[in-house]
Design a protein around this ligand. Structure first.
Ligand code: GDP
Length: 318
């Protein structure tokens, strides 16, 4: 519990409309089915885009061509560690289709996963000042230097979009980007600046926490964690705070292309991914969804978009 001192626990807050509340409460399967989430290119294609046409995104042929396929260590995931969206049945007759490099099962809500337009809308200094049109949104947050700007640009396929929020004065704001004129990607201030004065850090915590707890259109926080290094205390604090406050969260592991083992006991991204999940598991009622990504190879880009689409479409319907 020591690492919670910096980021005190607020009263448990229930998002009544939260789809994650349902996700978390879905019963855990008793049987242990071992599945491969990171598999060969051929089986990736099969597992992503086979069976019913409702799930296949209109962009699937393009996605199949564009997905880069770096060498991946097969990662085996027990069924109880999968994130199973609501209204998604899995059984031995109907094996789940898992997004590559993640623990996320694809649901019938995965569609419209392409970015056609992306526009910077506004920077807000408080939750009340954020856009009020009711569109669903996803907030990206992470330690400074985790690769947030790179990922944001990779998602929207633009080199400079996120730079708008890196301008002086904008880094401490809630920055809204409108995607396809129907939903938002939100860039939140990075945390853990070693040089930030204590006062500034405290204000920032208050400001961001208010957004997490009170933004009714927030579908999920995307917490970015650098998978090329072992878990940092501040990342664990952040994840545990989100978990304990029942703020819907998806973990985005960044820099998964950095595969070289460091001499002094450094670990591969897959090992850091496993370690991080174990360290935070006690703070979550269910298994949080996670995706491994790289802005260099674009690994995880299409998976993030498919996951966002299924969360968004479910949220819109309920
Ligand atoms: P931010 O401070 O979180 O916005 O991080 P940036 O996107 O500015 O990235 C910080 C540093 O990490 C830069 O030097 C990037 O080139 C590097 N970086 C970002 N994403 C990746 C990645 O996926 N793989 C690797 N190898 N480096 C990355």
């Amino acid at each position: 519990m020591a690492f919670l001192t910096h980021f005190p626990v607020a009263p448990i807050h229930h998002h009544s409309s939260s789809l994650f509340t349902r996700f978390f409460l879905s019963p855990k399967p008793k049987t242990l089915l071992v599945l491969s989430a990171l598999s060969s290119p051929e089986s990736v294609a099969t597992s992503h885009f086979s069976s019913t046409s409702t799930i296949i995104p209109s962009s699937s042929p393009e996605i199949l061509q564009e997905i880069s396929l770096p060498e991946e260590t097969p990662l085996r995931i027990a069924q109880e560690k999968l994130f199973i969206p609501p209204e998604t049945e899995i059984s031995s007759e109907k094996p789940p289709r898992i997004l590559r490099g993640s623990n996320i099962v694809l649901s019938k809500y995965a569609r419209d996963a392409q970015v056609i337009s992306a526009d910077f809308v506004k920077s807000s200094v408080e939750t009340e000042a954020c856009p009020s049109d009711g569109s669903p949104e996803f907030a990206l947050v992470g330690r400074s230097n985790v690769g947030k700007s790179s990922l944001l640009n990779s998602i929207v396929r633009r080199k400079k979009l996120a730079l708008t929020s890196k301008k002086p004065g904008k880094t401490q704001c809630i920055n809204h980007f409108r995607i396809n004129d129907s939903w938002y990607l939100v860039d939140l201030p990075g945390y853990g600046y070693a040089s930030a004065p204590h006062e500034l850090r405290r204000d920032w915590n208050k400001f961001t926490k208010d957004y997490f707890l009170n933004r009714s259109t927030l579908v999920s926080v995307f917490l970015l964690i650098d998978a090329s290094i072992p878990a940092k205390k501040i990342d664990l604090e952040y994840a545990s705070w989100l978990g304990q406050n029942k703020v819907p969260m998806t973990i985005i592991f960044t820099k998964c292309d950095k595969r070289k083992k460091k001499k002094n006991g450094g670990k591969h991204p897959e090992e850091n991914v496993q370690d991080f999940q174990e360290l935070i598991s006690e703070y979550f009622e269910g298994v949080p969804p996670w995706i491994m990504t790289s802005s260099i190879t674009n690994q995880g880009r299409d998976e993030i978009l498919l996951h966002m689409s299924q969360l968004r479409n479910y949220w819109l319907k309920h």
